[in-house]
Design a protein around this ligand. Structure first.
Ligand code: ADP
Ligand code: MG
Length: 251
């Protein structure tokens, strides 16, 4: 699907954010994603990728600038309200309750919905994730890494978000499982959900993305279509660091 001409789904304007007032980590980011797009956020370790998406989700203090969901200014909307407005976030860690069953994980996530919608929505998600549907009473902690990520994604999708943000869902997964997780994310994107994906698995992520942005030291340093960025030496230079450049370009 092409997102060109689609309305902007989410944007940030001169966003400055960080954990302490006098120490901005995100240092003035203008970002936007169109409805239906899948954009990956790349950048070296410590660049501020997680801080950026957490600030957008309302989980890290915003010092100045603004965030918008469509035309709505959501800068000071609390995190749990942002979810109601259609912005879902899957953090990198602690994104499921390991001691609870799959079904209880979904039930808890569904609490945000009006009562009459809950069971219907959980049924929709089971249809979307047959691996979860086949054993609803299994403890989430017993799932494989890839299936845990799928449960985390299912929990986030419960509110039928317009924008889904994921922070490194492929961390710690084998290449085969990474490609399964990414295929599922692509399929979700193709149902119309706008996706912002923070990733270290550059090659696999570029393969499913429309566009990539590269964050370095809290600033957006580069952006472009995923198809051309895959072969762009600037990706190697900015993302992997110059000393890895030749290896990255060759791979
Ligand atoms: N909870 C926190 N409290 C204070 N500083 C943090 C916290 N989390 C991350 N940082 C700092 O913010 C900077 C950016 O980190 P992060 O956003 O996690 O980068 P990335 O996700 O790109 O690896 C780092 O210098 C890190 O030390
Ligand atoms: Mg991170």
């Amino acid at each position: 699907m092409t997102a060109t001409g689609q309305p902007v789904a989410l944007s940030t304007k001169a966003l400055v954010a960080g954990y302490e007032r006098d120490l901005p980590i995100v240092r003035g980011v203008d970002f936007s994603i169109r409805s239906g797009e899948l954009v990956i956020v790349l950048g070296p370790n410590g660049a501020g990728k997680s801080t950026f998406v957490k600030a957008v989700a309302g989980l890290v203090p915003i010092h100045s600038g603004a965030t918008f969901l469509g035309d709505r200014d959501i800068t000071s909307v609390p995190a749990h309200e942002k979810i109601r407005h259609g912005l879902a976030f899957v953090p990198q860690t602690e994104n499921i309750f390991a001691t609870l069953s799959i079904n209880d994980n979904l039930l808890l996530a569904a609490n945000i919905l009006p009562k009459e919608k809950r069971s219907r929505r959980i049924a929709d998600l089971y249809a979307m994730f047959p691996d979860l549907a086949s054993r609803p009473s299994l403890r989430a902690g017993q799932l494989s890494g890839g299936q845990r990520q799928m449960l985390a994604v299912a929990r986030a999708l419960i509110v039928e978000p317009s924008v889904l943000i994921l922070d490194e869902p492929s961390a710690g997964l084998s290449p085969k499982i990474v490609s399964e997780v990414f295929s599922k994310l692509k399929a979700i994107n193709e149902t119309g959900v706008t996706i912002i994906l923070v990733e270290q698995n550059v090659k696999a992520a570029l393969a499913i993305a429309d566009r990539a942005v590269i964050l370095v030291e809290g600033l957006l340093r580069h952006e472009g279509p995923a198809a051309t960025l895959a072969d762009d030496p600037i990706v190697a230079e900015l993302y992997l660091g110059a000393r890895h450049q030749s290896k990255a370009v060759a791979s």
